[in-house]
Design a protein around this ligand. Structure first.
Ligand code: ADP
Length: 522
């Protein structure tokens, strides 16, 4: 009776010792730190809890296996690390109460020591390595020993997986920090509450604020750049055309993207700025140069045209001479058209400060003048040029010169791109609250794909039928810019092979001279 009491009390002590050791191991894991500091503590505690003579933790690493060991038998166990790890990887937990019974691939273990128990270290379906203990003498592993070692192996695996994840995240953070601090482009990151999370050194310089001061603060409070703060708050993906100049005179173009979590929820925003100061200066110089040259070309072209037209007046020209003079005049007209378009496009540049010159404007007269000016070229190509103007058009307050240029470009194009014998209809009407000018042709039409960017600067559609047609790709850009400057728009309706209609709409609101319903007397 007293023997069994003695046994019971020993088992109870063993049980409480193991519980205490498990608690110690759990605490050690919770304390964290590197694997190099944590695993020796775990092997020591496990050795004590298992009463084994040696314990080894063998981690699968790409280069050489990383091992942690404890106990007098650990040195002798070393040469079997690979064998045991391979066996556990293939067959799972491996227990040998006596190595004398070892056979097959474990045959080598015979006589090396008495008993072993090897457990896989797995976390989140990933094999991380093996934990194994050995006894000098044969040993029957009790269920309690099993449970103890299984719990230790489970916790150790989680600790290793966490350490790996932490290490990967730390390395990622360090790399990101290195990239951000060496980047010449300012980078600003905010969280979902619009508080500053990251401000790299380039951004500190651009905004004139230190990261230490800005971190964690609402972006609107620490960053003095209203358009950029607005952008960060609203998250407009299209930042095209937005520029910001800082106090030091540097101009930046922003790019914005969302930070999203695994479930695609937005957790913040990243603003990257590109310093475009040099590019902008270059661009300004270039456009200034182009407009100066174009401007200076204008007057020699005018008198060249004058003299060329006057040639027949100073003496009769024979047929050949007249033919040459006509060619010169048409070349000069082309150059004049190009120079005018360059000047117009320069004026209407979105970054330019062209102010509309609104004045009393008779749209009917504009249409008839432009149609009249194109009568000759239309006749040359045997094109019918039809005018269709709503007689109730009011007198409006518009930029007469620019509107003429826009309509002129559309009629020019219709004549250029419509094959001989076609019809061109120029209309002006009121639609809802807009003035709508349309130029319809019976030409080749434009595919949907090519329509997309048609109104952009220098955009030309290449097609065999138009190979000989000269152009700059500026005409439609001017048309759209003129419409937009008036608060309206320009668009095309066309189907390949079925002709095109180019439209300009201008809201009457803002263009009305005599009130919304004012009409010309009929
Ligand atoms: P361009 O000086 O080349 O005519 P535009 O900007 O006026 O420049 O026109 C751009 C392109 O649109 C032209 O190159 C041409 O391919 C196409 N285009 C313009 N008008 C017409 C039209 N009426 N019919 C067919 N294609 C046209």
């Amino acid at each position: 009776m007293s023997d069994s009491l003695q046994e019971l009390s020993e088992r109870l002590k063993l049980y409480t010792d193991r519980q205490a050791l498990l608690l110690q191991i759990t605490r050690r894991i919770a304390q964290g730190g590197s694997l190099g500091a944590m695993l020796p503590d775990i092997t020591n505690a496990t050795l004590r809890g298992s009463h084994a003579d040696g314990i080894r933790i063998v981690l699968d690493t790409t280069v050489v296996p990383l091992t942690y060991a404890s106990g007098p038998l650990a040195g002798q166990m070393l040469k079997f690390d690979k064998l045991v790890a391979r066996h556990v990887a293939a067959h799972g937990e491996t227990e040998l109460a006596s190595t004398a019974t070892a056979d097959g691939e474990l045959d080598e273990l015979k006589g090396a020591f008495g008993a072993l128990l090897a457990l896989p270290l797995n976390a989140q379906n990933t094999r991380l390595g093996v934990l194994w203990v050995a006894f000098e003498q044969p040993h029957e592993f009790t269920p309690e020993e099993h449970t103890f070692l299984s719990i230790v192996a489970g916790q150790t695996a989680v600790a290793i997986a966490n350490a790996y994840a932490y290490d990967t995240a730390r390395r990622g953070r360090e790399q990101l920090a290195a990239i951000l601090s060496s980047s010449a482009d300012p980078v600003l990151v905010i969280d979902e509450d619009e508080a500053v999370l990251v401000l790299n050194p380039a951004a500190e310089r651009a905004f004139g604020v230190s990261a230490a001061h800005a971190m964690g603060q609402p972006v609107g409070r620490v960053i003095n750049a209203p358009p950029l703060v607005e952008l960060l708050k609203n998250g407009t993906a299209n930042t095209e055309g937005i520029e910001w100049q800082n106090e030091a005179g540097h101009t930046f173009a922003p790019r914005l993207s969302d930070v999203v979590d695994e479930d695609n929820n937005r957790t913040g925003r990243v603003l990257m700025l590109r310093d475009i100061t040099r590019y902008k200066n270059l661009r300004d110089n270039q456009s200034e140069f182009v407009s100066t040259v174009s401007h200076d070309l204008r007057s020699p072209l005018t008198y060249m045209q004058g003299y060329a037209t006057m040639l027949p007046m100073v003496g009769p020209l024979n047929e050949k001479q007249q033919g040459f003079a006509d060619k010169i005049i048409s070349g000069i007209a082309q150059m004049t058209d190009l120079v005018d378009k360059i000047l117009d496009a320069g004026r209407l540049d979105p970054e330019g400060n062209y102010q509309l010159n609104r004045e009393t404007c008779d749209v009917t007269k504009i249409v008839t003048d432009i149609v009249a000016a194109h009568a000759q070229p239309a006749e040359k190509k045997n094109l019918a040029l039809i005018t269709n103007v709503d007689p109730a058009l009011p007198i409006l307050n518009l930029d007469d010169v620019m509107l003429r240029r826009a309509l002129n470009n559309l009629v020019d194009n219709a004549i250029k791109y419509t094959p001989d014998g076609g019809t061109i209809t120029v209309s002006a009407s009121l639609r809802d609250n807009d003035l709508v000018l349309s130029v319809k042709d019976t030409g080749l039409g434009i595919s949907e794909e090519n329509q997309k960017h048609l109104f952009e600067r220098f955009r030309r559609v290449r097609r065999r039928e138009h190979q000989t047609v000269k152009g700059s790709g500026l005409g439609l850009f001017i048309v759209k810019s003129v419409a937009q400057r008036h608060g309206g728009d320009a668009w095309i309706e066309s189907k390949e092979g079925e002709g095109s209609t180019f439209n300009i709409s201008i809201p009457l609101e803002g263009a009305n001279l005599l009130g919304a319903d004012a009409r010309k007397p009929q």
